[in-house]
Write a protein that binds this ligand. Structure first.
Ligand SMILES: *[C@@H]1O[C@H](CO)[C@@H](O)[C@H](O)[C@H]1NC(C)=O
Ligand SMILES: *[C@@H]1O[C@H](CO)[C@@H](O)[C@H](O)[C@H]1NC(C)=O
Length: 520
């Protein structure tokens, strides 16, 4: 008996670590990912300080301290790019990469200027076993690792695209790696390969020549003093950003098409999804249970709002939904008068619980990464209406994989969506493919929620997991593609040619001299 108690005590003394999780982007979906990681780490007995724009007001877990940066949220809301009507009326808008970079740096400044963040950074007795920073286009936040003299882990809401791979391995080959904003599909044709090469060169030029110095000065200005407060000097920016132990990525292998990745890139896609999902609220459950003709779920996500869809289109949508025998559940953030009997609106939707319901027929989505992942998790086919950023790329991937139909967001939406709905209801191939992908997705040795905790703990246990890092990271580009060898070969060939030239010239001279002497 005593032995058992002792054993029990030993087992319960799991090593408990402290982590700083920082999620500077006030985007609901990206924060959901971080909340998933936080939840799993807390469950494993660790302590968390969480910098978030969406603090949980009901938190009573003593091991979780939230640092409220909801000010960042108010700033994001002012962006026109979150307004569906604006985007539809300004379709010629190409994404200005430099402006986007500037925006991320601005958000960085705003985060570091936040009183709550300042307060945390001034507490010199804070200690962390690792910092877990969400990476969205800026490398600034590597400063947290420098200030707290600890290991850096990037979390990333997308897959192994080269903007993140460059930080832990190197750029991936544009001949077969497609970036997250590209509409291209594999295998790449000549023109597409050139496009992908151009995308990398263009982005790298902006990052290295137009943005780098600014990022570096912000890094030094905002993190330097906090390091000094602790008697440390901040590592140089150009070293600090390449010093991550791990990338935990919201990506999985079900669809494939990824380029090779280093050992410290971890595919923990879907780890944030509640598994099994929470049960539905009673009224919604009753509605879905009784919808024996099936349910169509329609949501434009948490960042864009259905209520920003132009009025005439909204009426058109209600009109085509009204003709269906299925129940339509629409996440719509305002009241919607005169809607048909089979259309039900929800201002907030428990999405994963809806996707898990057996009566669900399919899902009409904006194609955000979380929605696309959740659809595969629950084996649900999609009609995608992409709006912005990576959504076009996600939907091209989904249609190529065969579990989705893509519809463009423009004033022909009603006609095209109507046709897509008819196709989805009559052609069973999309749903069959969704089930196939669901099987592939779940067929892993451990659940991603277990894996993510394992790798984060592994970093602490192994003092930064140096053994997982890619040797490619510190090999200069010219050495990687053997430009130096090429130069040497070229030089040797050149010398041989020059040598031959002089030799032949001499022989020729000799020949003509002999001839001349004979003639003489
Ligand atoms: C969205 O954009 C449209 C068109 O530019 C504009 O009329 C409307 O006021 C905007 N809505 C919001 C909430 O900003
Ligand atoms: C890189 O991180 C390790 C811990 O993972 C740390 O010991 C080292 O000082 C860091 N180096 C730089 C240049 O930031």
């Amino acid at each position: 008996m005593k032995l058992f108690v002792l054993l029990g005590l030993c087992l319960s003394v799991v090593e408990s670590y402290r982590f700083l999780v920082c999620n500077p982007m006030a985007i609901r979906s990206i924060t959901l990912l971080a909340e998933g990681v936080v939840k799993h780490l807390l469950k494993a007995g660790h302590e968390i300080v969480f910098i978030t724009a969406f603090p949980d007001k009901n938190n009573n877990n003593p091991k979780l301290r939230q640092v409220d940066i909801s000010e960042n949220y108010r700033r994001m809301q002012a962006e026109d790019i979150l307004n569906i009507t604006f985007l539809m009326e300004n379709t010629d808008q190409t994404i200005d990469l430099e402006l986007l970079q500037e925006m991320y740096i601005d958000i960085g400044i705003q985060t570091m200027e936040n009183e709550n963040v300042k307060k945390l950074m001034q507490e010199t007795d804070q200690h962390f076993d690792a910092v877990i920073i969400d990476w969205v286009d800026t490398d600034l936040y590597a400063g947290f690792a420098g200030v707290f003299n600890t290991h850096l882990i990037w979390s990333y809401s997308m897959g192994p695209y080269w903007p993140i791979l460059r930080l832990i391995d190197g750029h991936s080959n544009p001949a077969y790696s497609i970036n997250n904003m590209s509409p291209n599909t594999l295998p790449l044709g000549f023109r597409q390969r050139v496009e992908e090469l151009w995308n990398q060169l263009h982005w790298s030029y902006i990052k290295n020549f137009l943005v780098f110095e600014k990022e570096k000065s912000v890094y030094e200005k905002y993190f330097g003093p906090y390091a000094a407060m602790r008697g440390r000097t901040l590592p140089p920016f150009e070293k600090a950003i390449y010093n991550a132990s791990l990338v935990i990525a919201n990506a999985h292998h079900a669809i494939g098409g990824w380029p090779q990745t280093p050992q410290n890139f971890k595919f923990v896609g879907g780890c944030y999804i509640e598994d099994p999902p929470k049960s539905l609220p009673a009224d919604l459950k009753k509605l879905m249970d009784s919808s024996t003709n099936g349910v169509i779920y329609f949501s434009m996500g948490s960042t864009w709002r259905s209520k920003d869809i132009p009025k005439q289109l909204t009426e058109g949508l209600l009109n085509i939904f009204g003709k269906l025998k299925q129940t339509v559940i629409w996440k719509y953030e305002a009241d919607l008068p005169n809607k048909p009997k089979n259309v039900h609106i929800l201002k907030w939707a428990p999405q994963t619980s809806i996707l898990a319901h057996p009566n669900l027929d399919f899902f009409i989505t904006h194609g955000g990464l979380l929605s696309s992942t959740e659809a595969i998790h629950f084996g649900v086919a999609l009609i995608g209406i992409p709006i912005y950023y990576d959504q076009f790329h996600n939907m091209v991937k989904a249609t190529t994989a065969g579990y989705a139909i893509k519809v463009n967001l423009n004033y022909d939406l009603i006609k095209n969506l109507d046709a897509a709905i008819k196709e989805m209801l009559t052609n069973p191939s999309y749903k069959a493919m969704a089930k196939e992908l669901q099987m592939r997705y779940h067929d892993r040795p451990v659940k991603p929620s277990v894996e993510v905790v394992h790798w984060i703990e592994h970093v602490v246990k192994t003092k930064g997991a140096p053994h997982l890092r890619s040797p490619a990271l510190h090999v200069p580009f010219y050495q990687k593609i053997f430009l130096d060898l090429l130069a040497l070969v070229f030089l040797v060939l050149l010398l041989i040619v020059i040598g031959l030239y002089f030799l032949l010239k001499q022989l020729f001279k000799l020949g003509t001299a002999e001839k001349r002497s004979k003639v003489d």
